[in-house]
Write a protein that binds this ligand. Structure first.
Ligand SMILES: [Zn+2]
Length: 104
């Protein structure tokens, strides 16, 4: 028994955001057929991403440090290990397409 909490669309959930690269607050944006969280939206950067539970940031730091040390030892000239991120946020369609209301 995993005892996992059931979430509904729009619920707040703790996530690991791969865009922010931090543990963040997210909003449930999609559920799979079993009712488990499939997709979330980061409340900070507003990007949608597959649900990842929050990470142990201490372990993550050590992992990155380890990687940095290895890179220093190896000195491999790889240019493109940094992936480019999209600069613009995803356009979200505006609700209620009844047009502007002219009052008065
Ligand atoms: Zn984010």
């Amino acid at each position: 028994m995993s005892g996992q909490t059931r979430f509904a669309l729009g619920d707040e959930i703790d996530i690991y955001c791969r865009w922010c690269r931090l543990n963040m607050n997210g909003v449930v944006s999609a559920l799979d057929e079993k009712g488990d969280v499939a997709k979330v939206q980061c409340r900070t950067c507003r990007n949608f991403l597959p649900f990842k539970p929050p990470k142990d940031m201490a372990a993550e730091k050590r992992r990155l440090l380890d990687k940095a040390l290895k890179m220093r030892e190896g000195q491999e000239g790889r240019g493109d290990f940094r992936r480019q991120r999209p600069k613009q946020a995803v356009a979200i369609p505006v609700r209620g397409g009844s047009g502007p209301q002219d009052v008065g």
